[in-house]
Ligand binder design. Structure first.
Ligand code: NG6
Ligand code: CA
Length: 492
């Protein structure tokens, strides 16, 4: 069948905490990722592809809205019972594609909130993904280390027994009288927390937050990968004859890292390496599904990660001890939570056989915030002022037809603290807070004085040039202030 270049199927596969150095095609030696390597070999690999923030909720917010996360003060790591932070009616990416005739679906991690507050998990759960553009949604509410540990499909908790209602709260003093917690019963744990994560125990793993009831609906961590994969492939299969948009949001390699039995021991790096191999297998299964259905050449596949890597993110799974020579962020400094590039520069692949030339590397600066305007352009839609306010049309860059990407980009570490990228320069304003986050052992990039790095010469951000080039630091500082004060960065 001929390729329809105006209405290809679109798949965004989005890893959770996967670093710039974590997969083979980005230099990882100890973690075999043949499927992602094949995706890169068949398409385009980006050296300067960025998440908009160094944590999950803000990045995902930008991915779907085309807005920088710090424009919305609620776009911060959310509790599992937080309300939805995208207002229904917002022209999100799936909403836009739906208007263009696409069937839209999400399988996997949501973490953008559900409901409007005081959510009753036993009734219809809305608003949620179905209210902001997804025809079909099979999700976990937040993260795999947060309650509720259940799946939600199209506004309903899956498999809930009405006789055993589900209750959830995030009150630090909110433990239910009959609840077993990691704090109270550490002997019941099969993975112990290293920091936090000592509330409700589910499947022998203590989580963040309190929950009780809903026992028939509890997920099985070891089967989560195949669970979401089955939903993703069923969605593709169910879209026959109609262009589709699938947002496949992996839970790997976020904590707790509990690979399925086939993948336990797949690497020498412990569970963190093993779940990356498991995720890579899922990528391969999706590609195989496309091939089997004859859709591979009619599908643009984008793969990336919501933020950079972390080894110890709260459980004693030996990730740091077993990492050996593996550098999850590659040559980058910092990782998840960091203002340094390790926080946000992530694996970023685009593949569309027959349209994107195979096996190339792009050095263009590009961000997930650009998916919105780029895919709007691909599907022939114009953006109105105020819609997807920070998203730039980078379609030619994503398709490898143009080597020049963004001239500038604002990137968030955590809590609305930002970095200004322009050309090869990264300017980190003075930010309060510790230089290092001790529990995760991450260099955060906070400093009382401004920092300036030339990434073309110093990808590891070792040599601070702020004192040598105060002119550039001042110009970038002024530009950052201007963007942050404005309502959108896109003109026209
Ligand atoms: C932090 C959690 C961390 C992880 C993160 C969110 C603690 C001590 N740490 O607060 O484990 O869940 O939130 O990760 O609770 S993210 O990838 O979804 O942003
Ligand atoms: Ca994440």
């Amino acid at each position: 069948m001929a390729t329809d270049v105006t209405r290809p199927n679109l798949i965004i596969m989005y890893a959770d905490d996967l670093g710039f150095g974590d997969i083979g095609c980005y230099g990882a030696a100890g973690i075999p990722t043949p499927n992602l390597d094949r995706l890169a070999a068949e398409g385009l690999r980006f050296e300067q592809g960025y998440a908009t923030a160094a944590t999950c909720t803000p990045s995902r917010y930008s991915l779907l809205t085309g807005a920088y996360p710090w424009r919305n003060p609620r776009a911060a790591i959310l509790a599992g019972d937080a309300p939805l932070i995208i207002a229904p009616g917002t022209p999100t990416l799936p909403e836009r594609l739906r208007r263009a005739g696409y069937r839209t679906g999400i399988a996997g991690k949501w973490h953008l909130g559900l409901g409007t507050g005081a959510l009753d998990w036993n009734r219809e759960i809305r608003p949620g993904p179905n209210e902001v553009g997804f025809d079909h949604a099979h999700i976990m509410a937040a993260t795999n280390d947060r309650v509720p540990c259940v799946y939600v499909e199209d506004r309903r908790v899956v498999g809930l027994d009405p006789a055993d209602p589900l209750e959830v709260n995030y009150d630090p003093a909110g433990a239910y009288p009959d609840e077993t917690t990691g704090r109270g019963c550490p002997e019941r744990l099969r993975v112990r927390p290293s920091h936090g994560h000592d509330d409700t125990i589910v499947n022998g793993v203590s989580r963040i937050g309190h929950m009780r009831g809903g026992r028939a609906a509890l997920w099985d961590d070891e089967r989560m990968a195949e669970h979401f994969l089955a939903k993703a492939t069923a969605f593709i299969e169910g879209s026959a004859g109609r262009p589709f948009f699938l947002y496949y949001a992996f839970h790997q390699p976020h904590v707790p890292r509990l690979p399925g039995p086939r993948f336990a021991g797949a690497t020498r790096l412990g569970a963190r390496g093993d779940v990356i191999v498991e995720m890579d297998w899922c990528v391969g299964q999706v590609l195989e599904t496309l091939e089997r259905l004859g859709l591979r050449r009619q599908t643009l596949v984008l793969f990336s990660s919501d933020n950079g890597p972390v080894l110890d993110d709260g459980y004693q799974d030996r990730a740091a001890e077993l990492a050996g020579a593996h550098r999850p962020a590659g040559r980058l400094r910092g990782g998840k939570y960091s203002l340094f590039d390790g926080g946000t520069r992530v694996p970023f692949l685009a593949s569309w056989p027959g349209v994107i030339e195979a096996g190339r590397t792009s050095h263009a600066l590009v961000s997930h915030v650009d998916f919105h305007a780029s895919l709007a352009a691909l599907t022939g839609q114009a953006l109105c002022p105020g819609e997807a306010p920070d998203s730039l049309d980078m379609l030619a860059v994503l398709l490898g037809r143009e080597g020049r990407g963004r001239e500038e980009l604002v990137v968030e570490g955590t809590q609305g603290k930002t970095v200004m990228r322009r050309g090869d320069w990264a300017y980190i304003p003075p930010h309060p807070g510790p230089a290092v986050n001790r529990p995760t052992n991450t260099e955060l990039g906070n400093a009382p004085t401004p920092q300036l790095y030339d990434l073309s010469l110093d990808i590891g951000q070792i040599r601070d040039l702020a004192a040598e080039r105060p002119d550039i630091a001042a110009a970038l500082s002024a530009r950052l202030a201007e963007i942050r004060a404005g309502r959108q960065t896109r003109t026209g």
